[in-house]
Ligand binder design. Structure first.
Ligand SMILES: Nc1ncnc2c1ncn2[C@@H]1O[C@H](COP(=O)(O)OP(=O)(O)O[C@H]2O[C@H](CO)[C@@H](O)[C@H](O)[C@H]2O)[C@@H](O)[C@H]1O
Length: 467
C-alpha cells in the first residue's frame, strides 16, 4: 500500500511540537512494514533547508483566489532521512523562518492546493492520503467536492487530530481562496458560521483518528466546540495511541546527551547528565530534580507553575528546571522567578532540541500537569530515559502512566490544581528518598515498549479496512 502523509511539520525538518515527532516517525515504521510511505510538507527557510541541497521534481502554477502563484516540488539530493520527503516550495508564502504565524489561512490553503495539484500528476497514485491536523483539513473536502480534484476522489483520506483545540477557523471573506466547488456543499465547510477546516475534515475524511483512545472519548465532551460533530461522526472515529521513534530517542546512542547509558549503566549515565544540567543551570545535583519541557500554553497547565514552584521551593529540598516557550505573559512570569529562587530554580525560555534530550536523560521527574493532552510524547521519552513522569490523568497520559500506588511506575493526579501538583511533588520526593525503590523503578521504566511498532500496524489495518 502506498501512503502519502501531508503535514505542516516533520522531524527533523521542521518541528514546533509533537506533530513533527509523529510525522517524522510513523512513515518510517510504515516503510519497515513494507508500505512505501512518504511525506509532503512545506519548504520553509530553516536550518534543515539551508544545510541540504534540493532538486526540483515538478513545477506548475495555481490560482489562489484572484492571484497566480508558481510552485515547485523539491526533493533533497543529499537526504539523510529514512523517509521520502517532498517539499512544496511557494517562495512568497511558505519559505519563511517560521512554521505558523498570522497568515496561516492563505499559506496552508496554498500548500494544500499545490500538494493536490502535484498528486494529480503523480505517475503512481497513493492508496491512502493521511492528513495531519487542521492545516491539511481541507484536503478531504477538496477531493470530494472541488471540481479540479474529482479525479482523486476515490483515494481514501484519513485525518489525524493531534490537537482539537486548534481548528484553523476563518471567515467567509476568504472563501474565494478555496478552489471552485458545488456551492450546495458549503455546509461541509461550515461550523458555527465560520469555515472550519478541522470540522470539514471530520465531516469529509473517510476515517478520523486521534492520538490516544482516551482523548477520543474526551473529545465527545470537550472539543472546543466540535463535541456534537465528533459524537455524530463517532462510527468513523478511532483513537490510536502514538508511539515514539526509538532510534531517535535512545539513551544508548543519543548524540545530544552528555553520557549515553543503558538500563545497566543508568546510574552513572543519568548522574553525568544530571550533573551537567545542574552545573549549567546552577542547581544542586544532590537534590531531586524536577523538569518540565513543553509549549507554554494554557492546555499544558502551566499557569499553576508559579504558585506550585513558590510553595515547593520554600518547603522542600528540590531543584526545578523548565524548558519552554509560548505565551509571552507565562514566559515572563516563569523568567521572573529565576532571581528569586537562584540556585533552586532555572528556566530556559526558548526552543532547544538538544537541551530537551539532556533533560529527559538527567531529570529525576518530569512534570506534565496538562489540562488537555491528546497523547503526550514527553512522558514516553521520560520513561525511555529513566525519568519518572508526574502526570495528570487525562488523554494519552491516562493511557500510558500508572501510579506507583497502583503497582505502576509514575505519579498521577486527577486535577490541575496547585494543591494536587504540590502533593504529587511531595510524593515524588518521598519516592526519591526511598533510594532502593526509586532506582529499581528507573530501571523498570526504561524497558517499557512505546515504540511505533504496534501503532504503525494499527494504522495499516485501518487503511486496509477502507481500501
Ligand atoms: N521548548 C522546547 N524545546 C525543545 N523541545 C521542545 C520544547 N517544547 C516542546 N518540545 C518537544 O516537542 C514535543 C512535544 O510533544 P507533545 O506531544 O508533548 O506536545 P504537543 O502539544 O506539541 O503535540 C500535540 O501532538 C502530539 C502528537 O500527536 C500529542 O502527543 C500531544 O498530546 C498534542 O498536544 C516533544 O518532542 C518535546 O520534547
Amino acid at each position: 500500500m502506498k501512503i502519502i502523509h501531508i503535514s505542516a511539520e516533520c522531524y527533523p525538518i521542521a518541528k514546533v511540537g509533537g506533530l513533527a515527532d509523529v510525522v517524522g516517525a510513523l512513515p518510517k515504521y510504515q516503510n519497515t512494514l513494507g508500505h512505501p510511505s512518504s511525506v509532503i510538507m512545506p519548504f520553509y527557510d530553516n536550518k534543515y533547508t539551508q544545510e541540504h541541497t534540493f532538486e526540483k521534481v515538478y513545477e506548475a502554477e495555481f490560482n489562489l483566489g484572484p492571484n497566480y502563484y508558481v510552485f515547485s516540488v523539491l526533493k533533497t539530493k543529499d537526504s539523510d532521512l529514512d523517509i521520502e520527503a517532498y517539499f512544496i516550495d511557494i517562495p512568497e508564502l511558505l519559505y519563511k523562518n517560521y512554521v505558523y504565524s498570522v497568515d496561516d489561512t492563505k499559506r496552508f490553503i496554498a500548500f494544500q492546493i499545490a500538494a493536490l495539484d502535484w498528486i494529480k500528476v503523480h505517475k503512481q497514485q497513493p492508496d491512502i492520503i493521511h492528513c495531519h491536523d487542521h492545516h491539511t483539513g481541507l484536503i478531504s473536502f477538496m477531493l470530494q467536492e472541488c471540481f479540479d480534484y474529482q479525479v482523486l476522489n476515490t483515494i481514501p483520506v484519513i485525518t489525524t487530530i493531534h490537537n482539537a483545540q486548534y481548528q484553523g477557523w476563518f471567515g467567509y471573506d476568504k472563501l474565494h481562496l478555496i478552489p471552485d466547488f458545488n456551492e450546495e456543499k458549503i455546509g461541509l465547510l461550515d461550523w458555527n458560521g465560520c469555515i472550519n477546516p478541522l470540522a470539514a475534515a471530520i465531516k469529509c475524511a473517510w476515517r478520523v483518528t486521534t492520538v490516544s483512545p482516551s482523548y477520543m472519548e474526551e473529545l465527545k465532551q470537550n472539543a472546543n466546540g466540535l463535541e456534537s460533530l465528533l459524537s455524530h461522526e463517532s462510527t468513523k472515529c478511532q483513537g490510536i495511541l502514538n508511539g515514539i521513534d526509538t532510534q531517535v530517542w535512545n539513551p544508548e546512542t543519543d548524540d545530544f546527551i552528555i553520557e549515553n547509558f543503558t538500563k545497566d549503566t543508568i546510574s552513572t549515565g543519568r548522574k553525568a547528565n544530571k550533573n551537567w544540567l545542574c552545573k549549567e543551570y546552577n542547581l544542586d545535583p544532590n537534590k531531586p530534580l524536577f523538569g518540565f519541557i513543553g509549549r507554554l500554553v494554557s492546555e499544558k497547565g502551566v499557569e499553576i507553575f508559579p504558585d506550585v514552584f513558590k510553595n515547593v521551593l520554600e518547603t522542600e529540598a528540590v531543584s526545578i528546571l523548565l524548558l519552554g516557550s509560548g505565551e509571552k505573559e507565562t514566559e515572563n512570569t516563569l523568567k521572573s522567578l529565576k532571581p528569586v529562587y537562584n540556585g533552586k530554580y532555572n528556566a530556559y525560555i526558548g526552543y532547544d532540541e538538544r537541551l530537551s534530550h539532556i533533560i529527559y536523560a538527567g531529570t529525576d521527574f518530569l512534570l506534565m500537569p496538562s489540562k488537555v493532552e491528546p497523547c503526550g510524547l514527553n512522558q514516553m521519552y521520560a520513561l525511555r530515559y529513566g525519568a519518572i513522569p508526574i502526570v495528570r490523568r487525562i488523554g494519552g497520559l491516562k493511557d500510558t502512566v500508572i501510579d506507583i500506588d497502583q503497582d505502576g511506575f509514575g505519579i498521577c493526579h486527577d486535577d490541575v490544581s496547585v494543591y494536587e501538583v504540590e502533593y504529587a511533588i511531595k510524593r515524588a520526593v518521598a519516592l526519591y528518598n526511598d533510594s532502593k525503590r526509586f532506582k529499581k523503578l528507573q530501571k523498570q521504566i526504561m524497558t517499557i515498549d512505546h515504540s511505533w511498532d504496534v501503532s504503525a500496524k494499527a494504522y495499516i489495518n485501518l487503511y486496509q479496512s477502507i481500501n
